[in-house]
Ligand binder design. Structure first.
Ligand code: BEZ
Length: 218
């Protein structure tokens, strides 16, 4: 996109279908819909050969097994070219003694970046911000997180959000602040205090009662 062209910013919305795309990547052409049936983490970085991004790719690559265990497909993205991505990946693999097994999109025409609100004019009209989109197995956008260019992402936090979403999908329970798998979950409250079970009934059911709207289950 020309620097002078007006940047139209649109944001995808939570709990709506994630915008489908067809893109060129380090592993050939890819479509988001190719990955239906598994969770996808689509993440953008500002630029190849920059220090914070390099550490993030090292951490994503090192955590490959954790994503595989959860049947999650990683997809990286920036507006750099495939040859640039490949040369940078060679460096990353050397520096961190790892393998970058996931595709990285070369979004030179910014089609995907614009569909996902990855270009923020206050940052740059041509380089993507750091963003993470968690898309579920049905292609629904479930979480999105934006970061400043100066702060590298926490991969354990991204895995934690995936674990939380999958726990809620499977059980209906929600998860408290700083929750990790294996820790107590929350029984979502009924719509009003009159119909919800009180402390005695909740305790008899093995729930840890704090208030009518906050009950933990081990
Ligand atoms: C970095 O990865 O270090 C970086 C990239 C873009 C802007 C600032 C920092």
């Amino acid at each position: 996109m020309a620097e002078t062209e007006e940047l139209k910013v649109s944001l995808p919305l939570l709990n709506e279908p994630a915008p489908d795309f067809e893109a060129v990547s380090t592993q050939g052409p890819i479509k988001l819909s190719d990955f239906r049936g598994k969770y996808v983490v689509l993440f953008s970085h500002p630029s190849d050969f920059t220090p914070v991004c390099t550490t993030e790719f090292g951490s994503f690559a090192t955590a490959t097994e954790e994503f595989e265990k959860r049947d999650v497909q990683l997809i990286g993205l920036s507006v750099d070219s495939v040859p640039s991505h490949l040369a940078w990946i060679r460096d990353i693999e050397k520096i961190f003694d790892t393998k970058v097994k996931f595709p990285v999109i070369a979004d030179l025409d910014t089609k995907v970046s614009r569909a996902y609100g990855m270009l923020h004019p206050g940052y740059s009209a041509t380089a993507t911000v750091r963003s993470v989109f968690i898309i579920d197995d049905k292609g629904i956008l479930r979480a999105m997180i934006y970061y400043p260019a100066s702060a590298g992402r926490s991969i354990p936090e991204i895995l934690r959000v995936i674990d939380s979403l999958k726990t809620t999908d499977e059980s209906g329970y929600t998860t408290p602040a700083d929750w990790k798998p294996g820790e107590p979950v929350i029984v979502p409250p009924s719509l009003n205090a009159e119909t919800v079970e009180g402390e005695e009934e909740s305790t008899a059911k093995g729930l840890d009662y704090k208030a009518w709207y906050l009950r933990y289950k081990k």
